[in-house]
Design a protein around this ligand. Sequence first.
Ligand code: BYC
Ligand code: FE
Ligand code: FE
Length: 475
Amino acid sequence: MTSINYNERIPNNVGLGENRRLQRALESWLPNYLNWWDELGPEGTQGYDVYLRTAVDVGTEGWAHFNHVKMPEYRWGIFLNEAIPDRRIGFGDHKGEPVWQEVPGEYRSTLRRLIVTQGDTEPASVEQQRVLGQTAPSLYDLRNLFQINVEEGRHLWAMVYLLHAHFGRDGREEAEMMLERHSGDPDKPRILGAFNEPTPDWLSMFMFAFFTDRDGKFQLASLAESGFDPLARTCQFMLTEEAHHMFVGESGVMRIVKRTCEVMDEIGTDDPERVRQAGAIDLQTMQKWINFHYSISVDLFGQELSTNAANYYTQGLKGRYHEGKIDDDHRLVDYSYPVLMLNGDKIVEESHPALTSVNEKLRQDYIDDCQRGMNRWNKVIEKSGHDFQFKLPHRGFNRAIGNFAEVKVSPDGRVISEAEWTKNATDWMPTESDREFVKALMKPCYEQGKIAGWIAPPTRGVHGNPFDYEYVKFN
Ligand code: BYC
Ligand code: FE
Ligand code: FE
């Protein structure tokens, strides 16, 4: 095998150049990764020159280098945030002890599992988005899609680095498995539900980036509290990239809303059918996409009451969102937390031990954050004088995991019969014909400075460039 200059090929701050064992492990994984990218990464894009941001360092200067690159030649770096001297574990039984630089033997399989679950979502999302490059509404959006794709690829690298560096042979096997499970594969699916759903159109793409990448924000923030310092530092750095993914989601939906409001003004009616005929996406249809993407993302927080989650916390492996800012004892042994439970056909609030409710607390933080973003969309509608507001459905709506998985819950939070669900499902969730309609709008618009008719242009371009910049060059 020809020797690779790792510091150049794989920008890193983990001393890759000096670690022969790790180099060998990555050397055997890299070709498989590139094959996977070729087969299941963005379809038909090998020759494209894309204006991408590459992280070459973690400092303010280093992490945002922009230039045109071919994606298979992207420099997937491995970065940990700078170590905090004398960092201590912030919660659980080991609170106050120095953080671990190596995996504690007794937590090895639990930590591996957390890292594998996190890592599995990253390539999953790339697989889910692989055909979207054929129908982007503008070069700007196309570029943002690819930026997200390469960063999710880098997030996989981040987890694979941890597996290779700290988990020996099992870690290497798990790293291989990351490329063997595939989104939606009936035999070897991705681990978590939402990552097996297709992302077939750009409305779904923006909703995914808003709702599902936001699960990433909250999970990564909890793992960034970990007593296993390499995991904490990796996740801290990943969060800087995650912020961009959520920006793409929030601003993407916002621009669709804006365009729809303009069209309603132009045609002088809010009638959804007329809006569709005018080539925009009616707000009612957007609400259905919200219902779908929100509910499958809410599932990603796991069961409301979870002994797994309690153990992660007690063992110091996974904390709460912004653990350090919470004013309590960070052990939670004597605390309780309000949890919505099912009691017959009623949903009731019950007090449960805070430790077993850690998933539910994180879900609540997530829901609050979703609501804030949605309020900003609603502001756009309100300002343009239209009488419509998006609503997050009840957290029990359309659930496949946890307390509400066995029942049907309406968007306004009533437990309802199968019959009532069936009667209303077409008003609440995207139907085949809704999907057909949205799909029909998805025509690529790849002329510099042009944009598809169902979405407004962004208020600014990328890295100081104008909207009509040549963000992607086709070769
Ligand atoms: N689908 O006790 P529970 C991201 C399983 S997104 C299928 O509640 P726990 C990204 C669960 O595994 C962030 N299965 O579990 C976003 C368990 O299985 P076993 C991803 C599910 O462990 C966009 C069983 O049900 N990161 O980065 O407390 C683009 C019992 O459940 C689901 C993480 O998830 C589900 N939705 O909580 C790109 C962080 N939910 O043991 C990237 C790491 C639960 O019975 N993962 N199950 O076989 C975790 O912290 C936890 O594994 C979970 C689950 C929070 C996911
Ligand atoms: Fe990610
Ligand atoms: Fe992301």
